[in-house]
Design a protein around this ligand. Structure first.
Ligand SMILES: Cc1cc2nc3c(=O)[nH]c(=O)nc-3n(C[C@H](O)[C@H](O)[C@H](O)COP(=O)(O)O)c2cc1C
Length: 172
């Protein structure tokens, strides 16, 4: 077993890149918050991904938060290459607020990012983006926190995905 598995389960996201005919979506587990203020996020994208070329070209991307209901689309996004996969997917691309790369209507949230840095580490490039706009489903983030009933998606291994149990454990 490769030791990267020791960091799993991890949340799974969708990365949208390009726009118009070139709009593309891939699945990504390797996403993280990089800075709180200004708010920046990073995603590790392998150079062979179509998404890599599109993010480099347009210097914008959207991190979209899927729910378990979107698992079929997530799997297509994560196993097929290039914009033609969108024909097989049932997502709706909608205009973003602050960038040309579109958002996903059905997603729980969309974070619109402008690339501020791109750096290669080993076999992936870390693209860091400043979040310049966002949208989210009210019912998925009630009272300023995630509503676990929205079934946030996490990846366990290979074809296995999980979601969070709804029980909350308080520290005090
Ligand atoms: C659940 C899941 C998570 C993935 N996470 C990443 C990731 O973090 N970084 C990456 O470069 N590829 C990741 N991949 C692989 C890409 O999503 C996959 O190669 C995809 O087909 C690339 O699409 P594209 O060529 O249209 O950009 C993941 C795949 C799956 C199924």
């Amino acid at each position: 077993m490769h030791p990267y598995r020791l960091l799993y389960p991890m949340r799974t996201y969708l990365v949208i890149s390009g726009h118009g005919e070139e709009a593309n979506v891939m699945a990504a587990d390797w996403v993280t918050i990089v800075s709180y203020d200004p708010f920046m996020v990073g995603v590790a994208i392998a150079p062979e991904r179509t998404t890599h070329g599109l993010v480099k070209k347009y210097r914008e991307f959207v991190i979209s938060v899927p729910s378990l209901e979107m698992l079929r689309d997530v799997w297509i996004a994560g196993t097929k290459k290039g914009p033609s996969k969108l024909k097989e997917m049932s997502i709706t691309l909608v205009p973003s607020k602050s960038i040309k790369v579109p958002s996903i209507k059905e997603a729980l949230a969309n974070l619109e990012c402008k690339v501020v840095d791109a750096r290669g580490y080993g076999d992936h490039t870390w693209f860091v983006g400043e979040v310049v706009g966002y949208s989210y489903r009210e019912e998925a983030f009630k009272d300023g926190k995630p509503n676990l009933k929205a079934k946030f998606l996490a990846h366990s291994a290979w074809t296995d995905f999980v979601t969070f149990c709804e029980e909350i454990y308080k520290t005090e």
